[in-house]
Ligand binder design. Structure first.
Ligand SMILES: Cc1ncc(CN)c(N)n1
Length: 217
């Protein structure tokens, strides 16, 4: 692996180690996570996916090739329909009365700010950790858990350990590498910043779920 993705993956190694060490992630893996914490996470994640799907749709509108337009449009549909159905199966339909947590608000606002205030390369770089971190965690948890049929979070682990999801991740990585190759130094620096920040938000999102974060009253 060479190029932009290899560099930012290396650069975020400590954040990724910290993700693996999170009690929430360990608890999903060994099944010890409380239902209450998992339901909090799934509810917030359903809200996150609505914002994230908008960012993917924006990437589709900014893409310059038919393949990339189709890829991001399909990914937006997948986030809002396929992934959200996993959430609905767990916590039901999340209504307007549920408030996004501070971290959920911050992460979705951040990816949407990339969509509206930066260029397509920065947006792709900011969208990538959502694919790559979940593939990475999903593959490791799948390998560790073995047979998922009796696992309390088996459906969640199988969704992100899935080969189709991993193929989508590879496609976004290839797009990011291609965009970085053709971009100037300043754009690549902003792409790097977007990738690093979104990776940190992935850590924060699981940590917030563990704490069942709320707004100050
Ligand atoms: C916060 C978050 N990041 C990533 C994913 C995987 N699409 C997700 N469902 N939620």
């Amino acid at each position: 692996m060479t190029g932009f993705c290899a560099r930012v993956w290396e650069e975020t190694a400590s954040t990724r180690d910290a993700i693996d060490a999170l009690p929430f992630v360990r608890g999903i893996g060994d099944g010890s996570l409380s239902r209450e914490r998992f339901d909090y996470y799934m509810t917030q994640d359903a809200l996150y996916l609505r914002g994230y799907a908008r960012a993917l749709a924006s990437a589709a509108s900014q893409a310059q090739t038919s393949d990339e337009i189709a890829f991001f449009a399909k990914a937006a549909h997948g986030a809002i329909v396929v992934e959200s159905s996993l959430h609905e199966g767990t916590v039901g339909s999340v209504g307007e009365e549920v408030r996004p947590s501070p971290t959920c608000t911050a992460y979705t606002s951040y990816v949407l700010s990339l969509a509206h205030t930066q260029g397509y390369p920065e947006l792709v770089a900011g969208i990538l950790p959502c694919f790559w971190i979940y593939t990475d965690v999903g593959e490791r948890l799948t390998a560790k858990a073995g047979d998922l049929t009796e696992h309390p979070y088996g459906e969640w682990i199988a969704t992100y350990g899935d080969e189709e999801f991993a193929r989508s991740t590879e496609q976004v990585k290839a797009i990011a590498d291609r965009l970085a190759e053709g971009a100037g130094e300043a754009t690549v620096a902003r792409m790097r910043e977007a990738f690093v920040r979104a990776t940190a938000y992935e850590w924060m999102f699981w940590d917030a779920a563990w704490r069942q974060e709320t707004w100050p009253r």
